[in-house]
Design a protein. Structure first.
Length: 331
């Protein structure tokens, strides 16, 4: 077994916050009973064994720590530690000293915490007082020596505040900062938050400037990852290729299977059809695995790796995949 297959698992959409740009739908969250969660987990293991791959689960929500079965799921993964690693994607506000210590006992690959800019902007987006609560959560994680990643979602409201996020990360000993662009999944108001071409260009330049600054600081222990779609335009690193439907799948709170949370195309429900069957036979997933290049990108030297940029953004804007990423600056 060499390759790794990632499952992003939304245990439920229950959350203690109500963020401005949240992807979660406006409905009463569904809470699956534990036995159904186990059924999903077993289907994932079956998929891994069939593909002869190791696995990694990103446990998320909503807020995963709001789920009553969160630690019971970690118990399952711990039993299969030779096959599956895991990370936790959280808003960070519920991570007490005790919670951090308990998570550490399961040996997480990393814990990802979200921040949306400086105090004023973050609290406008995530709720009053969250800026301070997130800091406390991060401190508790780092005291347990848990690799901590800070996630920043770039919108028209906050993309220029990325330097503030980096400063915050260094202050609290965060290991890594990464960022990607916001993907609209709702109405026209929602779409207004997405970056256009000029804003994307400026945002990537800001990220790269901060990344280079950190490289010149002695005894700095915080890094900035720039491996997401189009970020190679600034770094000259390898182009990113979307893995949705190939080595990445997402399970939603009700058991629906989608290629990616940010590409919410339901390919089936795991209580009606098995994950392995859907992976092998579903037309949408098979199409995604073909890695088709949009017509506008056929002459680009990066096309074979990039495949047109951020597929989920293209789908959100055009409801199709045969389009060049709106943020691409290569002509």
């Amino acid at each position: 077994m060499v390759k790794r297959f990632v499952l992003q698992w939304h245990l439920s959409e229950t959350c203690n916050l109500k963020c401005l740009h949240c992807y979660q739908e406006k409905h009463k969250p569904i809470q699956l009973p534990y036995d159904k969660l186990v059924k999903i987990y077993k289907q994932y293991k079956e998929l891994l064994k069939s593909l002869k791959m190791k696995g990694h689960i990103n446990i998320t929500g909503g807020e995963p720590l709001c789920n009553p079965y969160f630690f019971k799921i970690l118990d399952l993964i711990k039993e299969d530690h030779d096959l599956i690693t895991f990370s936790v994607l959280t808003n960070g506000t519920l991570i007490t000293k005790e919670i951090a210590k308990k998570i550490k006992s399961y040996d997480p690959y990393y814990v990802q915490v979200s921040l949306e800019g400086g105090r004023k902007t973050n609290d406008y987006i995530r709720g009053k007082g969250t800026y301070k609560k997130i800091a406390e959560g991060i401190k508790n994680l780092r005291k347990q020596d848990i690799f901590t990643s800070l996630s920043f979602t770039a919108t028209k409201l906050n993309y220029q505040e990325f330097p503030k996020v980096v400063k915050y990360a260094r202050r609290y000993g965060v290991n890594n900062v990464w960022s990607d662009r916001y993907i609209p999944l709702g109405d026209s108001e929602d779409k207004d938050l997405a970056l256009n071409l000029e804003q994307t260009r400026e945002y990537l330049a800001i990220m790269n400037k901060e990344r280079n600054k950190l490289k010149n600081i002695k005894n700095n222990h915080t890094t900035i990852s720039m491996y997401r779609a189009l970020q190679f335009q600034m770094t000259n690193d390898f182009a990113y290729g979307c893995t949705a439907g190939d080595t990445l799948l997402t399970v939603m709170e009700n058991g629906d299977l989608v290629p990616c949370r940010r590409m919410p195309i339901v390919v089936g429900n795991l209580f009606d059809k098995n994950m392995l069957d859907l992976y092998k036979n579903n037309k949408i997933l098979k199409e995604l695995r073909k890695k088709k290049i949009p017509d506008d990108c056929l002459d680009c030297e990066h096309a074979e790796m990039c495949h047109g940029g951020l597929k989920c953004l293209t789908y959100a804007l055009y409801k199709g995949l045969n389009h060049k990423d709106i943020g691409c600056d290569i002509h």
